[in-house]
Design a protein. Structure first.
Length: 179
């Protein structure tokens, strides 16, 4: 079954893997519930996608979900390229991941952050680490309570380590519960 290009583009741009930040063996996918037995999955790849990757995507989906049917759709490579995040196209943040954290706290939302440059990734682009409001407010709270020399050390941490450190510092004294 071949879909018209406009319908395929609409499915591709609204796909579940874009919203979830998930992939099936490196390929984008979407799904539609088909009843209590499971869902129908659409897997998107380009003309250059090797058959082994299509098969690996199907195996990945079947291992994780209740799959009734999988259809494969070839999309133009340009559709993938227009969603790729290119750090050189966006300004660098002044204070690393702290700029993104303060924006998340101010807007009471979340954003994706590039793991190396700490640039906020626009919604229509792919990639990055999701920074939620709870983590961002913990980062800002800890950063603001530190002395300037320790602020610099805290800011030098990678985003994932800074979040772990912030939550460890915010844990009440004497509370040694393990997760």
């Amino acid at each position: 079954m071949s879909l018209p290009r406009d319908a395929l583009y609409a499915l591709y741009t609204q796909r579940a893997s874009k919203a979830d930040g998930d992939h099936a063996a490196g390929l984008e996918y979407d799904y539609e519930l088909a009843g209590p037995e499971g869902a129908r999955y659409l897997v998107f790849g380009t003309a250059e996608t090797p058959p082994e990757q299509w098969e690996a995507a199907a195996a990945s989906l079947r291992a994780r979900f209740d799959v009734l049917r999988i259809t494969y759709h070839t999309i133009p490579a340009a559709w993938l390229e227009e969603e790729r995040f290119r750090p050189e196209d966006y300004p660098l943040p002044q204070q690393g991941w702290l700029d993104a954290a303060r924006t998340v706290v101010r807007t009471k939302g979340c954003c994706r952050v590039h793991p190396e440059t700490y640039q906020r990734i626009p919604e229509r682009k792919q990639g990055g680490i999701l920074l939620d409001l709870y983590s961002a407010s913990a980062l800002c709270c800890v950063y603001d309570s530190l002395r300037p020399e320790n602020q610099a050390k805290f800011l030098a941490l990678a985003l994932d380590h800074a979040v772990q450190t912030a939550f460890a510092l915010l844990q009440p004294k004497g509370d040694h519960a393990t997760a």
